[in-house]
Design a protein. Structure first.
Length: 185
């Protein structure tokens, strides 16, 4: 989110509506709604998409709406070794995530709009301490099992496959252009 605005949603987080509404500007920067992109039957959030992260192909669920981002991986008790969730924002912002109601230890990777990994942080079960990005230009956040980034040598400078992200958005019924993306990225 823009540094002047407080964060209103993120992984493993379900803010009380009253609390969110009390924050200045909260709710103004909502993710684009599902569009009229021609998709036979839009895929649900439970669908995993193969996407390259660094040199690894992982299976990512796509969180693209405010509701999906608020829920994230909350209450999940298992996640496959190469599975995770990518949070896609309409525009670059400073991000904040925490682990409310999330029993899995996770890592969060923050990526800029060019798909470059800038920061990685561990997150601990049920810890409601916010993990903020230092970079105010984050457009994608990817949660994986804790230790995944280090185990696979995926460090700052690694790339997220943006073309696959755009295709996954389309398959979910979203217009990648609403997120500043094309399928040619």
């Amino acid at each position: 989110m823009k540094s002047a605005k407080p964060f209103c949603f993120g992984s493993s987080l379900l803010l009380a509506v009253a609390f969110c509404g009390a924050l200045a500007g909260c709710g103004e920067d909502k993710a684009p709604a599902q569009s009229t992109v021609a998709v036979a039957e839009p895929k649900p959030i439970s669908t995993y998409f193969p996407i390259k992260l660094g040199g690894q192909t992982v299976q990512l669920q796509i969180a693209a709406t405010t509701s999906e981002m608020q829920t994230g991986l909350m209450r999940r008790t298992d996640l496959g070794p190469d599975q995770g969730m990518v949070f896609i924002y309409a525009r670059p912002e400073r991000m904040r995530f925490w682990m409310q109601n999330t029993p899995l230890p996770l890592d969060i990777g923050y990526f800029t709009s060019d798909g470059v990994l800038r920061e990685v942080y561990p997150m601990y079960p049920y810890d409601e301490t916010a993990i903020s990005s230092k970079n105010p230009q984050i457009q994608f956040s990817v949660e994986m099992n804790q230790g995944w980034y280090q185990k696979h040598g995926v460090a700052p400078g690694a790339r997220l496959e943006l073309k696959a992200i755009a295709e996954a958005l389309k398959a979910r019924g979203f217009d990648p252009k609403a997120y500043g993306m094309t399928t040619e990225n």
